[in-house]
Design a binder for this molecule. Structure first.
Ligand SMILES: [Mg+2]
Length: 193
């Protein structure tokens, strides 16, 4: 099987690291630093202006992508999956952000993530691209993802294993398998054989 895997908040604890740096950036500026977990995007979760959020991300995204931690068992389960399946990492990180591709491949190597291919957003939209199109171009048969809009889009065609977050709780369909831990991912893929 060809398995597509998202990176942020699927393999990694990205939001935790964003909020760590949001406190460092926001507290001296008198900005709210307590997120509303029902929202995915920083400006919505913290109530920051788009311009402030953009300034924060341009200063801290490199630190965030370098320092975030993998989720428990993510590396081990992906390694096991790769023994029998093709693994394509598909991320909305945009290649146009300076050094984002280099930082991403370095983090994956340093953390021992085994994969066959890495696909980044190569469009002009810095924050969004159609992962369904990427899945179809690469004949992905199962996607592992957390983002509500992407899960909804992709699950219209193929099964999606969705990591549970408050911002995706409203989604429910027969093509969506909600999980909380990478061990559940492993069990589900094994059971499909
Ligand atoms: Mg994600």
């Amino acid at each position: 099987m060809i398995i597509g895997i998202d990176i942020d908040n699927t393999i990694t604890h990205t939001t935790e690291m964003i909020m760590h740096y949001a406190r460092i950036f926001g507290e001296p500026r008198g900005l709210n630093t307590i997120p509303d977990p029902r929202y995915y995007y920083l400006e919505d979760a913290l109530g920051w202006d788009q311009a402030v959020a953009d300034e924060f991300l341009s200063n801290y995204l490199g630190h965030i992508y370098r320092e975030m931690r993998p989720k428990d068992q993510a590396i081990e389960v992906i390694r096991q999956l790769k023994q029998q399946h093709e693994i394509i990492l598909i991320t909305s990180r945009n290649r146009q952000f300076p050094q984002v591709e280099e930082v991403t491949t370095c983090w994956l190597a340093q953390n021992g993530v085994e994969y066959d291919r890495l696909i980044l957003n190569a469009t002009d939209n810095m924050h969004y691209f159609s992962k369904l199109a990427a899945c179809q171009e690469n004949r992905v048969e199962l996607m592992i993802e957390d983002h509500h809009d992407l899960v909804r889009e992709i699950s219209s065609c193929i099964p999606v294993i969705m990591f549970d977050y408050p911002y995706n709780r409203h989604l429910n369909s027969k093509n969506i398998v909600r999980v909380e831990h990478w061990n559940h991912v492993h069990k589900w893929v094994q059971s499909r054989k």
